[in-house]
Design a binder for this molecule. Structure first.
Ligand SMILES: [Zn+2]
Length: 373
């Protein structure tokens, strides 16, 4: 008894996995089948024997056959899929054989009648294949919880079709680089960075294909992932953090609401990144009271710095020069001073870039902390 490539729905019990189609009555155009009690381990058929027409929703084609059948039906000339389908004996190879030998239809690109061709490379997350059905790795929808959807699309669009993408959210560099590259592409798209015409055209297309919503006319304000993470860890609250960014001049005072939304989203994602994925290197907790003793020279620099910080109008570049000068005058190595600052502020030997960090915490607040050293 043969097996036909058709899975009838049992007219008695309604199951589809248990039926075995064994004969085609070409005159009456009916498929004969039996609902087998012992054919599969995961379901028990009812034993019913019947006949059903394959045309009226009485069953379905097995996946590999269905794939081939759709090509002449719809007139497919190009269709790609993951490379696992393209292996010997994989669904694509079978579909190509059926298409050529049974349906007499040339298979779509990249397959030819003689060659199955190659499928897409995998998109892996942290080295694991992305999957929702197998319970391993991470699903696509899940990924949009911690990466903005346009950035996820950007990651796929900018990769050459035959290159493997492995993205690991737990790898700081993967995450920071993705955000930075996306921001660069955004700047190029808006003409804020000069590149060759060829590069401009390429980046423009990548940016357009990555967009989920309508393209914005004006470039939104850019706050890097690491800086957003710094500010959100100081203030914890997205609204407060956005206010501080206005105060420090990273955002305009009269920010349009859509720009504010854009920045708020980034702060939100930065918060998630810090909480779920970032390594300790990017995490900190601001210490309101200095608990670490510092060396006399360093202490002296801190005291003078505290006084200077209370005066208004000390800008980012001036502040850095001031720190260098104070260290030099007091015979303190700047590296030593920076480390002591991080010791005091966040109880670590390193931290976010010091000057922007001081400004985002607030000069007065830093002065207050330093006066207690
Ligand atoms: Zn049945």
């Amino acid at each position: 008894m043969g097996t036909l490539p058709f899975n009838p729905i049992c007219q008695n019990c309604g199951k589809i996995g248990t039926t075995h189609a064994y004969e085609w009555d070409s005159k009456r155009e009916l498929v004969k089948y039996r609902c087998e009690p012992d054919m599969v381990s995961w379901a028990k058929g009812c034993g019913h024997e019947g006949e059903v027409s394959p045309y009226s929703g009485g069953g379905k084609l097995p996946w590999k056959v269905e794939w081939a059948a759709k090509w002449p039906t719809v007139g497919v000339v190009c269709e790609l899929a993951g490379k696992d389908h393209f292996t010997k004996g994989g669904s694509r190879s079978i579909a190509v054989a059926i298409s050529v030998e049974v349906l007499d239809f040339p298979p779509p690109f990249p397959s030819t009648p003689k060659d199955t061709g190659r499928g897409y490379e995998f998109f892996t997350v942290g080295g694991k294949k992305m999957s929702t059905s197998k319970g391993t790795g991470m699903g696509f929808a899940e990924m949009t919880d911690y990466l903005p959807a346009d950035m996820l699309r950007y990651l796929l669009v900018r990769t050459r079709p035959k290159a493997k993408v492995d993205f690991d959210p737990l790898d700081d560099n993967d995450m920071i680089l993705l955000y930075d590259r996306y921001d660069t592409t955004q700047r190029i798209y808006h003409g804020k960075e000069s590149v060759s015409e060829r590069e401009f055209e390429q980046e423009k297309r990548i940016y357009e294909f990555s967009a989920i919503e309508k393209m914005e006319k004006k470039m939104p304000p850019q706050i890097s992932l690491t800086y957003a993470a710094t500010v959100i860890q100081i203030y914890r609250d997205v609204k407060k953090a956005a206010k501080i960014l206005q105060k420090t001049g990273h955002l305009p005072k009269n920010i349009p609401s859509n720009d504010l939304d854009y920045v708020s989203k980034r702060l939100e994602f930065a918060k998630q990144w810090v909480e779920k994925f970032a390594s300790d290197r990017y995490k900190f907790e601001l210490q309101e009271k200095p608990r670490v003793k510092v060396e006399a020279g360093v202490r002296k620099v801190m005291k003078v710095l505290a006084v200077k910080l209370e005066r208004d109008g000390l800008k980012e570049d001036k502040l850095l020069n001031l720190i260098y000068d104070l260290c030099k005058d007091n015979d303190v190595k700047t590296r030593e001073f920076f480390r002591s600052m991080y010791n005091i502020l966040i109880n670590k030997d390193y931290g976010p870039r010091l000057v922007p960090f001081i400004l985002s915490i607030g000069k007065k607040r830093i002065a207050k902390i330093l006066r207690e050293v």
